[in-house]
Design a binder for this molecule. Structure first.
Ligand SMILES: Nc1ncnc2c1ncn2[C@@H]1O[C@H](COP(=O)(O)OP(=O)(O)OP(=O)(O)O)[C@@H](O)[C@H]1O
Ligand SMILES: [Mg+2]
Length: 135
């Protein structure tokens, strides 16, 4: 019987090797999510950062949180807003300042009307420019 490849990139998160460290990180991220904090996950290449984030996204209560995921080491502020707005089903305004205000408004609506907290994940963020990080 084909059991699948144990460490493949698209492994369902229910079939992951369960490590205490991974559960600890997921727990800490949940703690940060509840408080709408910033959190940084670091680790050597291929040690499971993206997979852990994937698992974290799947255990979150979808009635409370909306996960927005970006993975682009060349992310610019304009694409940051555009990427998030796209995932919220909105067509982004062209100018960065407008898109930023638009995103703030959408998040306020999401919080106010649907009682949903946004969780923004920026994967591959180690190469982001200083300008992007400050944004
Ligand atoms: N708990 C796990 N059980 C099974 N496979 C895993 C587990 N954690 C990671 N993997 C597998 O290991 C590989 C590397 O994991 P992942 O891509 O999450 O690492 P990463 O830290 O994000 O790497 P990079 O630094 O290149 O972004 C993937 O194929 C992933 O499916
Ligand atoms: Mg990764």
């Amino acid at each position: 019987m084909d059991e699948g490849t144990p460490f493949s990139r698209d492994i369902p998160t229910t079939e992951l090797y369960e490590s205490i460290i991974q559960e600890e990180i997921v727990g800490r991220l949940e703690y940060a999510a509840e408080r709408q904090w910033f959190a940084v996950v670091t680790g050597d290449c291929g040690t499971g950062k993206t997979t852990t984030i994937r698992r974290f996204s799947e255990i979150l209560d979808t009635a409370k949180f909306k996960v927005l995921y970006l993975a682009d080491s060349k992310l610019t502020p304009r694409n940051f807003y555009k990427g998030l707005l796209d995932q919220l089903g909105c067509e982004s305004k062209f100018y960065r300042g407008d898109a930023k205000r638009q995103l703030h408004r959408e998040i306020e609506l999401m919080r106010g009307i649907h009682r949903l907290q946004p969780i923004v994940v920026v994967d591959e963020a180690h190469l982001l420019s200083r300008e992007m990080l400050e944004e």
